[in-house]
Design a protein around this ligand. Structure first.
Ligand code: GTQ
Length: 348
């Protein structure tokens, strides 16, 4: 081999690749370092969506297309490093959905799981398998995989929420299913608050089985309760140096994450907080609920106001600062990574 001159080898290799290409074969050694990088390598970039900039587009869309015609009137939050791929991280989709007074978004079900984090307005509802829940800002609401769901706004103001779906994850497995409900609005089968009463009070009806399979039987985690937990936690213990006071939303039937594919968190940062850097393998989407501060993501600095959304790619160092007491909601694919033994966090 040493006797063959370098240019000739280069040419011979290219020639070999060209011939094997038509038989659907390719040389690993040309791509090995990209395939097995030393640490997470992702096209996902840090990004910030100011609500102040996004809202006018959403309201204009509200004039140009109805929720009924659109099925879901959503502006997709597209990661600038993955434009056209309808995703905010490598594994997750996010969007801002608007429903105007008097509108409905027709009923359907799909194998993708969805979460809703209410950003603006109150009085709209979402229905899941026969039960409606009314939305308020800061509520974390789940649409479990393969459950019938529709949204409606009988109230007086526009309601906007952030959607988070595991579209990419389900796509990776080729496990997508979707079905429209025969009617636009599904019938109401239970009283409002039924799921919370059955599963959300540290009680369980005898003989109850999980109504939504691997997903939490509670499908609305109201902000008033999350906020109260954060406030109490803050009274009695010191904040974590990276995360402040941070809690994860639970499935009371398992003690694990509320959703099988997506983890959701709520955290409080005290006024004047200057966090230490931390990185983790789960690219994470944040929605600012209260307060004001900054997120330093890698080399980027994002100034945060309520209702803004930002994304932290896998393994990008994140440092949080809070000028006033600040509350952040966030979600990621952590349950998938934990199930596969992949999740890592590194402080400092
Ligand atoms: O509300 O069912 O943002 O099916 C994307 C797909 C929302 C929904 C999205 C959906 C929905």
């Amino acid at each position: 081999m040493a006797s063959i001159p370098q240019p000739a080898i280069g040419k011979a290799r290219q020639e070999l690749y060209r011939r094997m290409d038509k038989d659907n074969l390719a040389p690993l050694w040309e791509v090995l370092h990209n395939l097995i990088p030393n640490e997470p390598s992702t096209p996902c970039r840090p990004a910030l969506w100011k609500y102040r900039d996004a809202r006018p587009y959403l309201m204009e869309a509200g004039k140009l297309i109805s929720a009924r015609e659109a099925i879901r009137r959503v502006l997709i939050l597209e990661n600038p490093g993955m434009r056209g791929e309808s995703c905010i991280t490598q594994s997750l989709y996010a969007g801002l959905q608007l429903i105007l007074p008097g509108e409905i978004a027709p009923s359907h079900r799909h194998s993708q799981s969805a979460l809703r984090f209410i950003v603006e307005g109150a009085g709209a509802y979402t229905a899941v398998d026969g039960e409606r829940t009314v939305m308020h800002p800061g509520d974390f609401i789940i649409t479990p995989s393969w459950t019938w769901h529709d949204h409606g706004n009988p109230g007086a103001e526009p309601v906007v929420w952030m959607d988070g779906l595991d579209i990419r994850i389900v796509q990776t497995f080729g496990a997508q299913f979707h079905e429209p409900f025969p009617e636009e609005v599904q019938p109401v089968a239970r009283s409002e608050g039924a799921s919370a009463a059955r599963f959300g009070n540290n009680l369980l009806p005898l003989g109850a089985t999980a109504p939504f399979g691997r997903t939490s039987p509670i499908f609305n985690y109201p902000y008033a309760r999350s906020r109260e937990s954060l406030a109490k936690l803050a009274q009695d213990q010191d904040p974590d140096p990276c995360h402040g006071w941070k809690m994860q939303f639970l499935n009371p039937l398992t003690g694990g994450h509320a959703m099988p594919t997506i983890a959701a968190f709520i955290q409080l940062l005290p006024k004047g907080f200057s966090g230490e850097p931390c990185r983790s393998t789960d690219g994470t989407i944040f929605s600012v609920v209260e307060g004001a501060g900054s997120a330093l993501v890698g080399a980027e600095r994002f100034e945060l106001e309520p209702r803004d959304t930002f994304v932290v790619p896998s393994w990008a160092p994140l440092r949080l600062e809070a000028r006033g007491e600040t509350v952040l909601f966030s979600f990621s694919d952590r349950p998938c990574q934990e199930a596969l033994g992949l999740w890592r966090e590194k402080r400092g």
